[in-house]
Design a protein around this ligand. Structure first.
Ligand SMILES: Cc1ncc(COP(=O)(O)O)c(C=O)c1O
Length: 438
């Protein structure tokens, strides 16, 4: 069943669009994780980019207050209430110097994943092709397939060479691809870009008449003083593309499902049109609370990024001690780590991650699950506190290097980590999105 990670063929006749989804590569790992948890193991789950830290208190208070007002209990607007869209435009202006018209250039989405998927449905039909870097965040591939389109994978990069690879496709493929997907800071690789990259991408899009979609989910999760550029800040970007942003990562509001699509008015209109048929928008109190988050949450966002930066330092230092040659990312919620050959021991990363879970009780996302070019890497999410990350490192070290006996966290460490073992949340957690989502 799609979304459950269960790859057993359907006994009913499902649509071609479900049948053409690529094989699901995480099923065995998710099954083992669920099995271990049911058996009472305290699996340290660094597989999914699902923030563990709480949403801002002032935003939660606003949600509660707004939820008590019966005026807010009705269906809302599928594109989001005007004040929310205006607040997004104000934030783009404040942070990136980008002018957006909230009426025509901003639409609220039920998480950026929903928006991205429905935009694919709005723009693509059978035979249309989309250029996507490899490795990729899986929905960038699945949503194209679900919309009936085809993906042309190009080895990922963040430089002129990457754009030249894309240009080669645009020049030679007929019919020409309709879209190219850009995602910086990148999931899973944490790759980042400078503004010149987008200038060249916009020039390419103009020359070959393709549209650009920028996924900017990690735009505010930056370290060491780096500020990720917004695609929309590039001159001419609004003529050729849109950018998705989200409240999930910067504000720890993943469960609230609030994202935005901004930029090209025709693309925004296409998405708004399709959403108008599918949904009635968010619960209004969520939108009202999100307005406050956008207006008053800049400090919160900066503090949260600083928390990820510290976890990154702990993780990168620890992995290097274990013997892995790991680059320290300057953005995103992930460390994209090349597994040492001696530890991979000839296995692929899917088998390796299975073994790590089996022997170290630590879940990571195998790079192969993000595309062929992800092979050899694992993606480790910074979604546990420093204490738990250190514990995970000890367990990985023990399992791979056999240096120390595997240690369970002390009672004190458990109290300090202030977290119960992650509960078994059932099949949904063992699902397609549980390792590769987020
Ligand atoms: C690159 C990227 N885009 C989009 C999303 C989805 O975010 P949202 O919660 O807004 O749907 C994620 C989630 O992990 C992501 O990594």
């Amino acid at each position: 069943m799609a979304g459950t990670g269960n790859d057993t063929p359907f006994k009913i006749e499902v649509s071609a669009r479900i049948r053409r989804l690529p094989p699901y590569l995480f099923a065995s790992i998710n099954a083992l994780k669920a099995q271990k948890r049911r058996a009472g193991s305290d699996v340290i789950d660094l597989g999914m980019g699902n923030p563990i830290d709480p949403s801002p208190e002032f935003v939660i208070n606003k949600l509660a207050e707004a939820a008590r007002d019966p005026h807010n209990h009705r269906y809302s607007a599928s594109i989001g209430i005007f004040n929310l869209r205006r607040e997004v435009a104000l934030k783009y202006k404040r942070r990136y110097g980008v002018e957006l018209d909230p009426e025509t250039q901003v639409v609220a989405t039920i998480g950026s994943k929903e928006g991205f998927s429905h935009l694919m449905l709005a723009l693509l039909g059978a035979g249309d092709t989309v250029v996507v870097g490899d490795p990729a965040y899986p929905i960038h591939v699945y949503a194209v397939a679900l919309a009936g389109g085809n993906v042309i994978s190009v080895p990922l990069g963040n430089d002129d060479a990457f754009l030249e690879r894309i240009e080669h496709v645009l020049r030679n493929l007929f019919p020409r691809p309709k879209l190219m997907i850009l995602n910086y800071p990148h999931n899973p690789s944490a790759m980042t870009v400078e503004p010149e990259f987008y200038q060249n991408a916009v020039a390419l899009a103009r020359q070959y008449n393709v549209l650009i979609i920028s996924d900017f989910a990690y735009g505010e999760t930056c370290f060491d003083g780096y500020r990720a550029p917004s695609f929309l800040a590039t001159p001419g970007a609004v003529d050729v593309g849109v950018e998705f942003s989200t409240m999930s990562k910067p504000y720890n509001m993943a469960g609230w499902r609030v994202g935005f699509c901004c930029g090209n008015p025709e693309m925004v209109r296409a998405l708004s049109t399709i959403k108008g048929y599918y949904d009635y928008g968010h619960f209004a109190p969520i939108q009202i609370a999100s307005i406050l988050a956008l207006r008053k949450g800049d400090d919160f966002v900066a503090q949260q990024a600083a928390i990820y930066q510290k976890r990154r330092d702990v993780l990168v230092t620890g992995l290097r001690k274990i013997g892995w040659d790991v680059a320290s990312p300057r953005a995103s919620m992930f460390v994209w780590a090349r597994v040492a050959d001696k530890h991979l021991a000839g296995q692929g990363t899917i088998d390796f991650s299975y073994r790590l879970l089996q022997e170290a009780d630590v879940a990571v996302a195998p790079g192969r699950g993000f595309g062929e070019n992800g092979e050899g890497f694992v993606r480790i999410a910074l979604v546990e506190n420093e204490m738990r990350i250190k514990q995970a490192l000890r367990q990985i070290d023990a399992a791979l290097n056999g240096r120390k006996k595997k240690q369970r966290p002390s009672k004190l460490a458990q109290r300090i980590s202030a977290r119960q073992p992650t509960p078994d949340v059932g099949e949904a957690d063992a699902g397609r999105s549980s390792v590769i989502g987020g």
